[in-house]
Write a protein that binds this ligand. Structure first.
Ligand SMILES: NC(=O)c1ccc[n+]([C@@H]2O[C@H](COP(=O)([O-])OP(=O)(O)OC[C@H]3O[C@@H](n4cnc5c(N)ncnc54)[C@H](OP(=O)(O)O)[C@@H]3O)[C@@H](O)[C@H]2O)c1
Length: 250
């Protein structure tokens, strides 16, 4: 199958200021896309712009806000949308959570995916567009020290599948794919998780990671998402992402 050429295409990445989002924005930019990067940290976005140049457009905004998705989809008409933004869960056992801390990833991660996916379908994005949502391996196994995180990430996978069905029913030609990355210490969010789960097992983060096998890097995550967008052979709704690459999610 012929690779999809994204040279000159507009890609919008939420949570582009650091972590996976930064890696995804960098990889898409290197593949020739014009990248609109959305996050709240203005300075980090400006640093990425200095690195990637004029083809990177920083937008300081709350990706989960009520008008952000509508405004930015109208303004930029992206052919590629990567919904990656996510809050770092408070790592505590269930009964040490309040409802507010338990539901944080619903308020940020799920709300932002819901709003952007809804706008992508209503707008609608052009036929041939791709929407990628970032879930988590926790959606398959649970994450007992992260409050409502695993359930929120499972819901993101459901929303993506529902949207794929609506796109097909309406003949919109928009591809929807969900990615479930493994836990990795390569980002701020992931390293907090590794520290918490290692402490619970009574081992050091280094021992925990050694037992878990090779850790996913930000560069690998960026390259995998670009591959998912450009390779039409990836025709499943959801993929697990590890250091070994993408595999169909169970
Ligand atoms: N790292 C892992 O081990 C792992 C594993 C599975 C899944 N994931 C998922 O991968 C995604 C990226 O996580 P990461 O590990 O790269 O975490 P990270 O390094 O903490 O980055 C999170 C990104 O999300 C942005 N963000 C958070 N709330 C936002 C909001 N309301 N509006 C706009 N941007 C917002 C942050 O930017 P600002 O703070 O500047 O807004 C930042 O750019 C998340 O959805 C996470 O759940 C991570």
């Amino acid at each position: 199958m012929t690779a999809i050429d994204i040279t000159g295409a507009t890609a919008l990445v939420t949570g582009a200021s650091r972590g996976f989002g930064r890696g995804i924005a960098t990889s898409l930019s290197q593949a020739g896309a014009r990248v609109v990067g959305v996050a709240r940290d203005h300075d980090q976005l400006q640093r990425l712009r200095a690195e990637l140049g004029d083809s990177f457009i920083p937008v300081t905004a709350d990706a989960a806000g009520p008008v952000t998705a509508g405004q930015l989809i109208d303004a930029y008409r992206p052919a590629i949308l990567v919904l990656n933004a996510g809050a770092t869960p408070l790592t505590r056992p269930l009964h040490h959570h309040t409802w507010q801390t338990f539901s944080q990833n619903w308020d940020v991660d799920v709300q932002h995916v819901f709003r952007w996916v809804r706008e992508a379908l209503l707008s609608p994005l052009d036929p041939g567009s791709t929407v990628i949502t970032i879930s988590s391996g926790a959606a398959l196994r649970g994450s007992p020290l992260s409050g409502g995180y695993a359930g929120a990430k499972a819901t993101i996978r459901f929303i993506t599948a529902y949207a794929a069905d609506e796109s097909a029913r309406a003949g919109l030609g928009i591809r929807f794919r969900c990615v479930l990355p493994q836990l990795t210490p390569a980002t701020a969010l992931g390293s907090a998780g590794v520290a918490a789960y290692a402490a619970r097992q009574g081992v050091s983060p280094a021992s925990y990671l050694e037992a878990a096998g090779p850790a996913l890097t930000v560069g690998q995550a960026g390259a995998a998402i670009t591959g998912l967008i450009t390779d039409p052979g990836y025709d499943r709704d959801a993929y697990v992402l590890t250091a070994a690459g993408l595999t169909a999610a169970p």
